[in-house]
Design a protein. Sequence first.
Length: 569
Amino acid sequence: MSETANLTLPGILQRLIDSDKLTSVIAVNALKESTARRKPLVTHLLQKQLVTPYDMALICGTEYGLSVVDLNAIDISTEVHELVSVDTLKRLNMIPLFNIANALFVGVADPHYLENIGDLKFATEMVPEPVLVEYDKFQNILFGGVGGTDAVSSGMSISSDTEAQDLVIETSSLENEEEEDDSGVDVTSFVDELLTHAISKGVSDIHVEPYEKILRVRYRIDGILQVVSMPPKSIARKLTSRIKVMSRLNSSERRIPQDGRIHFRLTEEKYIDFRVNTLPTLYGEKIVMRILDSDTAALGVDNLGFDGRQKTDLLAAIAKPDGMVLVTGPTGSGKTVSLYACLNILNTSEKNISTAEDPAEIQVPGINQVNVNDKVGLTFAATLRAFLRQDPDIIMVGEIRDLETAEISVKAAQTGHLVLSTLHTNSAPETLTRLINMGVPPFNIASSVHLIVAQRLARRLCKHCKQEGDIPDDTLIQLGFDPDKIDSVVVYEPIGCSECSHGYKGRVGIYQVMPISAVMSKMVMEGGNALELAEQAQIEKINDLRQSGIEKVRQGVTSLAELERVTKD
């Protein structure tokens, strides 16, 4: 029987064993020895040279959800070291690296010393943002003189143990640039690895951000931005140029924003597109790359998180031959995916479906998709007028932004067309009053709008590591839980493991699905406000976003912290 059979190992040791960096026997002995000596486990492993500093930094980064920064690849700010004495830094086992706004990025080699973050916050009156660094370089700087390392820059690292997959980049050579600079970084390889890794991790956006002294790369994972790399600032211009070349953008134009697209071939059949936008900032061009995976268009309504009644009401609304179905919520709340889930149900050879989008992010066979272009006069309104001359059955408008678009959409809904669209409002009742405020006559709204979906996206708790939380019943009742059912409520909290990011994996929709009843239609025509409509929705037992979120918490799908984050006013 294995020596680890009756011994629960810390996550760090288990990861080291799983990645073949340590054997089980060595891991168990190291744990026993570090415990006996009352020494932090990571420091013990490093001092005994049982694991390389680089491997340990990557493993700890994955375990604790922190970014890994190469100390040789950044210029450590002299100013930040004046904030805290060297003696204090040695006591805390931390190195201030640089600051952005009021955030102080701090290097630690052993996560055990993260417990000292509060002391550093008190000493600096800044918000510490911890990152992991390699132990040998950390020791050289902290105990061998601040900034006193002569190590050769080895480029940059991405904080994950996921190996990059091979990708074929579909692009012509528009520019013949030197791919390496004096930092020793192969820019082409770094960009390839950055994009590939983002795809494998399920990232939605990649942010490349130049500042005065640093270059930062962040991923948006499950709606939350996380720092994943700090490349040398010296490669910023070449990194930007490389991405522009791949996006078919003008590399010599740095004064205005540009939009482009990168086309990747993963396999013979599988392609991934990136929508690219550049923006001039004080210290260079910020680039945001959004991953456009057509597989998300194949998501069914069953996978989005609607409960039984919500799903029934939605399917009934889109089964009607005419009228409007509106989806509302902030940017990034999943409105487009919800609309395409509906279009997938409706997309048959008997239907003529046309969409007007800015831009069309998800390409679907069988649907006529149009990218609006205000610069040439192809506005939402102009596109809708053209649709009405093409015998449409179903029209999807990416967003109702103005009165003209709203009026044409309402007219189409009243003349035998099913219209799907989005607005930016906080709740379903507010959508009706928003249309009135835009100038649409109340009678037209009452006669055309059949259903409104308000939504948010909450992170799903990881099913592998979530654990029960100890929340007092009084607190749960104050948060909105039903007092009569409080005894059966089990609330789960995020922990974090090798399968997830900070205790979460994936996202789930939280919805308010509000069919427009005869009573609500009458209220709209009589000038009812959003508050009155919300009260009527409660009378009709339609859950608002908060109530739907509480149900997701009760089911163990998400956490109280996520509920507060996505449903707070």
